[in-house]
Ligand binder design. Structure first.
Ligand code: HEM
Length: 197
C-alpha cells in the first residue's frame, strides 16, 4: 500500500471521520431532538467506556498487536466521545428551548450529574493532543484522570435519567469487570513469610 495512504488511514482525522458518520446519520435522518439526544448520549458513553478499557486490556493481554493499535488511538477515541457529548448537550439545549427551562432542570439529579460529567470531560478532551502533553509535562496525567470522574457521573446520569439501572449497568459492566480483573492480577503477592505475619 502506498505510504501516504497508510499514513492517512492511520491518522486521527480518518478515525474521527469514521466515528463521526453515525452523527451525520442521526442529524440527517429526521430524528427529533429527543432521539438525537438519546442516540448521541449512548455513543458518547460507549466511546468513553472503550477509551477507558484500553489500559486494563493492555495489562491483561500484554504484547498484542490489537492492544498497541488501540493504545495509539485511545486519546482519539476519548476526543470522539467528547464530540458526541457536545452533540448530546447541544440537542438537550435545543429541546429545552429557553435558558429558564435549562435553569429549571438544574436541580434534578439526572440533569446536574450530566452537566458535571460534561464539565469534568472538558479539560481531558482539550488536552488530548501532543502539544498539551509536552506543555503540561507531569501535570498531564492527573488532568486526564478527570475522565474517570466523568465516567462515574455518566453512569449515575444514565441510570437517573432512565429511572432504572439496568441499561447503564449493562454498558458499564465490561469496564468494571476489566478493572477488577486488572486489580486482582496486579495484586501484590505475599511471600510465605510475609503471609504468616
Ligand atoms: C459528556 C457528558 C454526557 C454523557 C456521556 C451523557 C450520556 C447520556 C446517556 C448515555 C444517556 C442515556 C441515553 C439512553 O436513554 O439510552 C443520556 C440521557 C440524557 N442526557 Fe446525557 N450525557 C452527558 C451530558 C449531558 C448533559 C450536559 C445534559 C444536559 C443537562 C444531558 C442531558 C440528558 C438528558 C435530558 C437525557 C435523557 C434523554 C432521553 O430521553 O433519552 N446529558 N445521557
Amino acid at each position: 500500500m502506498p505510504k501516504h495512504l497508510t499514513s492517512l488511514l492511520g491518522s486521527p482525522l480518518f478515525l474521527w471521520t469514521l466515528l463521526a458518520l453515525p452523527s451525520v446519520g442521526m442529524v440527517a435522518s429526521g430524528m427529533d431532538y429527543g432521539q438525537v439526544m438519546h442516540a448521541s448520549g449512548e455513543f458518547s458513553a460507549r466511546l468513553l467506556i472503550l477509551s477507558l478499557a484500553v489500559s486494563p486490556l493492555l495489562s491483561l493481554f500484554p504484547g498484542r498487536a490489537w492492544g498497541r493499535w488501540l493504545l495509539r488511538r485511545r486519546r482519539w477515541i476519548g476526543v470522539a466521545a467528547f464530540g458526541y457529548g457536545v452533540l448530546h448537550t447541544l440537542f438537550y439545549l435545543m429541546e429545552a428551548g429557553t435558558w429558564s427551562a435549562v435553569a429549571g432542570d438544574l436541580m434534578e439529579a439526572g440533569i446536574w450529574t450530566g452537566w458535571l460529567a460534561f464539565l469534568l470531560f472538558v479539560p481531558p478532551a482539550l488536552t488530548s493532543n501532543d502539544a498539551s502533553v509536552r506543555r503540561l509535562g507531569r501535570r498531564w496525567k492527573p488532568l486526564q484522570r478527570l475522565v474517570y470522574g466523568a465516567a462515574v457521573l455518566t453512569l449515575l446520569h444514565w441510570a437517573l435519567v432512565d429511572g432504572h439501572w439496568l441499561p447503564a449497568l449493562v454498558n458499564f459492566a465490561p469496564l468494571v469487570l476489566l478493572q477488577l480483573a486488572r486489580l486482582l492480577r496486579n495484586r501484590p503477592t505475599l511471600t510465605p513469610r510475609e503471609s504468616s505475619r
